[in-house]
Design a protein. Structure first.
Length: 261
């Protein structure tokens, strides 16, 4: 099916290329064996760096073939000079490779440092934002407390202003019941009174209305005329026709009779 082909397509199930066994003839050194150390995913398929390595190996093989035989002192001196020149060239190439590797590592370090700095800046910004939020919350709570204390002090000042002489006054029951805004009619919840606490105190609890047996008994005691209503259709004031339509003259006569009454 389409789903199976998607899960097991060739791109996902492809394995490493097959490398068959080989036998090298005695006395021969095939050039392709210089790539024996390369494997799929590690040097293969060959890129620019691998091609440079192959060129260096070919150049070294050509240099080894061009070395003179060591049969006399002049050839020995020439051989030593060529070997020294090749060693210097290899060391220069190695230094160049080290410089390239160091540059790549330096770029990686720069990116890592930049990423770490960005993450640190994000954490610092988040920490500052949380700190600011905590300060704002504390500020709002402090302002709310100040407003509550201010309202409390104002109520105390108003109460003291009413009795600024400091005289003891007896309770005037007639005055309290005459004032509909007094504690008798509108008590405050802050002094310990909750109006909805006994809201069902005056509710009527009837056996015939709150229980099923009571409803059955109540229904049995009611007459049939109450449960089975008979509604009579009202008679029309005018005489309709056979189709039930009232003529215009009939409507006019009804209006005239009503005006006359």
């Amino acid at each position: 099916t389409l789903g199976t082909q998607t899960d097991y397509r060739d791109g996902e199930a492809q394995t490493d290329p097959y490398s068959p066994e080989y036998v090298v003839r005695s006395g021969s050194v095939p050039e392709i064996l210089t790539l024996a150390t390369l494997t799929w995913g590690r040097g293969l398929p060959a890129g620019q760096a691998e091609m440079e390595i192959i060129d260096c190996i070919r150049e070294k093989h050509a240099w080894e073939a061009a070395l003179p035989p060591m049969d006399n002192p002049s050839n020995v001196a020439k051989w030593l000079k060529m070997v020294e020149h090749m060693e210097r060239k290899e060391w220069a190439y190695r230094e160049e490779e080290i410089d390239k590797l160091q540059k790549v590592q330096l770029e990686v370090f720069k990116k890592m440092l930049q990423r770490r700095e960005e993450n640190q800046n994000e954490r610092d910004a988040m920490r500052l934002y949380n700190h600011w939020q905590n300060h704002q919350k504390a500020k709002q709570e402090k302002v709310k407390k100040i407003q509550h204390d201010c309202a409390l002090m104002l109520r105390k000042l108003i109460a003291k202003r009413k009795n600024f002489m400091g005289k003891l006054e007896r309770r005037d029951i007639i005055k309290e019941y005459n004032d509909f805004s007094s504690q008798v009619y509108a008590p405050l919840s802050r002094i310990g009174f909750f109006p909805d606490k006994n809201s069902d105190y005056c509710a009527v609890k009837n056996f015939y209305l709150n229980t099923f047996p009571g409803l059955c008994e109540l229904e049995g005691s009611v007459q049939d005329s109450v449960s089975q209503l008979k509604i009579k259709a009202p008679k029309p004031k005018c005489n309709p026709t056979e189709t039930g339509y009232i003529k215009r003259s009939g409507r006019l006569e009804a209006v005239l009779a009503q005006v006359h009454q």
